[in-house]
Write a protein that binds this ligand. Structure first.
Ligand code: HEC
Ligand code: HEC
Ligand code: HEC
Length: 122
């Protein structure tokens, strides 16, 4: 086996180093979603409900990048992100008729991607 030497590492292109640093910086952003990836997308075959913008593969609607393998952090904080398309939930502290009052983040009760329950419920 040939040992990896410092000179090998030194040949790494500067752009590549930069993207590695960026990727490392994004890990905590995604990990902050909760223990054991509670909000992580589920395999299609186990999902009962799926969110339209997720289903159509538009990761970049909510994340920094379209790249599904590494979409990055959110483009804006919750719940502002959800209000962009569901502004009726903003009224009177976040609850249209017959919907529980959202005193907390929408992702307390809903997956932003897909779920094993109807209405993206967690
Ligand atoms: C409607 C908005 C929305 C869309 C579209 C979306 N996401 Fe997300 N995603 C979120 C939110 C909200 C979180 C939770 C982030 C947090 O709380 O820090 C999240 C978190 C994640 C996480 C981390 C989950 C965890 O708990 O470990 C992954 C992985 C992810 N998204 C992948 C994707 C991929 C891949 C796509 C596109 C196919 C996508 N997302 C599309 C809103 C979205
Ligand atoms: C880019 C627009 C967009 C954003 C941003 C968005 N949604 Fe949606 N959402 C949709 C569309 C389109 C539908 C399907 C049509 C409908 O029911 O209005 C939908 C449906 C839903 C549903 C009902 C799903 C079902 O099975 O009936 C829930 C719950 C939901 N969204 C929650 C959220 C939450 C929580 C967020 C923030 C993390 C969010 N949405 C952000 C576009 C969006
Ligand atoms: C305390 C839990 C809880 C929170 C927080 C919550 N929801 Fe819901 N949401 C529900 C439940 C339960 C349903 C299903 C009601 C039903 O089956 O008719 C629902 C249904 C929905 C639907 C589907 C409505 C329909 O008629 O199909 C949308 C869209 C939605 N929620 C958006 C949001 C948004 C946006 C937020 C954040 C502002 C949010 N929810 C916060 C519990 C919650």
């Amino acid at each position: 086996m040939q040992p990896r030497t410092a000179s090998h590492i030194d040949r790494t292109k500067p752009q590549m180093k930069k993207s590695l640093i960026l990727a490392a910086a994004l890990v905590p952003a995604l990990a902050s979603a909760g223990p054991a990836g509670r909000l992580a997308p589920l395999p299609r075959e186990v999902a009962v409900s799926s969110h339209a913008p997720f289903e159509s593969g538009e990761c970049g609607t909510c994340h920094q990048r379209e790249d599904a393998s590494n979409p990055g952090a959110l483009v804006k904080p919750l719940n502002a992100l959800c209000y962009d398309c569901h502004d009726e939930f903003k009224q009177r502290g976040g609850a249209p008729k017959a919907h529980p009052v959202a005193k907390t983040t929408c992702t307390t009760c809903h997956s932003p991607h897909n779920s094993k329950k109807p209405k993206l419920r967690l």
